[in-house]
Every structure is written in structure tokens, then in C-alpha cells.
Design a protein around this ligand. Structure first.
Ligand code: AMP
Length: 282
């Protein structure tokens, strides 16, 4: 397995892969790799000759009061995991290798980041698009893998690919969960033992809403409000919990047949922000 710390090194290797006609799958990550990331890598391996994993805690997608400084960084462990999965190249640049001292451009997003995580984390998706756009240009993969856990991210990146004409196929991989249903996340390491026991409550609330909606409730507002109160009673602080159109990422109040919806929530448990979602088609 090769490890590149600079764009130049990565490009040299990638051009070798490409000159012999081999295909490339990219799995972008911020490291602290868990089974969710590994499932993306395994799916990527089936789709291309080479899997490239990027590991970069992207400062541009963290707000001033967010956890950029404390975000887990476990590069040696991550490299070992990638090696065991048969990854061809890990691209793990420093900040300076990716960003210039001054930044003159940014990518604007219209209505797609008004709600969900976009609504509560100003600048977050602009930062995500900036780094993903860079990674797509640096690596020029044939296919890139993202997790459904960050479903708004997947949708916004899909639209960037379309509108900016990146010639890259995107794949959305299902959410990997712990046995008790908690979506795996690098941030789960922040949870205390008690919080970890409470944490699967978010997924259970989403599942409850899913069951009711599939059972015929097509105006889920009251149902959702009730689930919010239940979560608050368990010690969660609600950032958002709602149903959104998969296509527009806008909240929906009356559901229609033959449409895709996201039941999505973000909650705080102590200092840890957890997100999760279920995608349903009526
Ligand atoms: P991150 O390192 O958190 O930025 O995540 C890197 C990629 O892994 C993103 O596409 C995430 O959506 C995906 N991912 C994170 N957690 C999971 C999970 N539990 N199951 C599947 N994919 C995940």
C-alpha cells in the first residue's frame, strides 16, 4: 500500500494506475476508521482495480465552536486497517498540501442546505463541497463511495457532480450499525458509558416513525413531535427530527405515494452530536 502526503505524489501514482487502464474507486474519509468506513472500502474494492482512501480532517467544514481540535486522529491505526483491506493508496495530506494560505473562492449552495445539518451547521456543506471537489480533481476516480449516514451530503455531492460535470459515478452505501442499532461514527468515541447506552434511542425513534408512516400515517407531524418529547425525556437535546423530501431536502408535512422521503434526526447527548436517518419510499 502506498501513502501519499502531497498532491504531486498522489497524482504520480494515479497516473501510473491509469496509464495501464486500471480503474479507481475513491473513499473520502476524515479517518478514525470504523466498520462503516471499512464497508465502503469493501464495496469499492468490488467496483474498481484500485481503492484510494483519503484521510483528511477538513478544517473548512468545522464551525468555530465545533470539534476540529478534538476530532479523533488515529493515522497509524487507520493505515493498518487500510492495509488489511487491500487499499492501493492512502492520500493523507496536511492542511497546507491542500489549501493555500488565502482562499479566494467558495462554492455556494442554494436551497439544499437550508435544513437538516445544513441548517444547523452554517458553512458545513460549503466546506464539504470544497474538499470533495478538490479530491475529485486530484484523484479523478471512476467511482466514489459515500455513506447513507450522511444522506444530505450524498445528495448535495450528487448535484455538484451533475452541475459541475465531474465524470464520476457515485455510490451511496447503507448505514453500518452497532448491534444495538447505533449508527457507527468516529464521534461515538466521545460518548460516556451511560450516553452510549442511551444513544441507540435515536435510531429507535426513527424506526418508530418509519413503522407508523408505512402503516398509513401520511401527516407525521404530531407523531414526530411525540418522538421528540420521548427523546428529550431520555436526555437527548434535539437539533432536528423531521421528514424531508429525498430529492429537495426540504421538510414535508403531507406524504405522497411513490416518493422517497428521509426520516432524519440530529441530537446531542452531552457534548456529542449524533445523526441518523432512514430512507423510505412510499
Ligand atoms: P467521515 O470520516 O465521518 O467523514 O465519513 C467518511 C465516509 O464514511 C462518509 O461517506 C460517511 O457517510 C461514511 N460513513 C460514516 N459512518 C458510516 C456508517 N456508520 N455506515 C456507512 N458509512 C458511513
Amino acid at each position: 500500500m502506498e501513502i501519499s502526503r502531497t498532491i504531486g505524489e498522489a497524482r504520480e501514482l494515479i497516473s501510473q494506475f491509469k496509464s495501464s487502464g486500471q480503474t479507481i474507486a475513491l473513499v473520502p474519509t476524515m479517518g478514525a476508521l470504523h466498520k462503516g468506513h471499512l464497508s465502503l472500502i469493501r464495496q469499492a474494492k468490488k467496483r474498481a482495480d484500485h481503492v484510494i482512501v483519503s484521510i483528511f480532517v477538513n478544517p473548512e467544514q468545522f464551525g468555530p465552536n465545533e470539534d476540529f481540535d478534538t476530532y479523533p486522529r488515529e493515522l497509524e491505526d487507520d493505515l493498518e486497517k487500510c492495509r488489511l483491506e487491500g487499499v492501493s493508496l492512502v492520500f493523507a495530506p496536511d492542511r497546507d498540501a491542500v489549501y493555500d494560505e488565502e482562499k479566494f473562492l467558495s462554492i455556494n449552495i442554494d436551497s439544499l442546505n437550508q435544513h437538516m445539518c445544513g441548517g444547523s451547521r452554517p458553512g458545513f456543506f460549503e466546506g464539504v463541497l470544497l474538499i470533495v471537489n478538490k479530491l475529485f480533481n486530484i484523484i479523478q476516480p471512476d467511482v466514489a463511495f459515500f455513506g447513507q449516514k450522511d444522506i444530505q451530503q450524498f445528495q448535495i455531492i450528487s448535484i455538484m457532480v451533475r452541475e459541475f460535470n465531474h465524470n464520476i459515478e457515485l455510490v451511496m452505501a447503507p448505514v453500518e450499525r452497532a448491534n444495538d442499532g447505533l449508527a457507527l461514527s468516529s464521534r461515538n468515541s466521545y460518548l460516556s458509558v451511560d450516553e452510549r447506552t442511551t444513544a441507540p434511542g435515536l435510531y429507535r425513534a426513527l424506526q418508530f416513525i418509519e413503522k407508523q408512516v408505512k402503516g398509513g400515517v401520511h401527516t407525521p407531524k404530531l407523531l414526530i413531535e411525540h418522538q421528540k418529547s420521548e427523546l428529550e425525556a431520555k436526555g437527548f437535546r434535539i437539533d432536528y427530527l423531521d421528514m424531508f423530501s429525498f430529492k429537495t431536502l426540504q421538510p414535508v408535512y403531507t406524504l405522497q405515494e411513490n416518493k422517497k422521503y428521509i426520516i432524519a434526526g440530529a441530537v446531542w447527548l452531552g457534548k456529542t452530536r449524533l445523526i441518523d436517518n432512514i430512507l423510505i419510499e412510499l
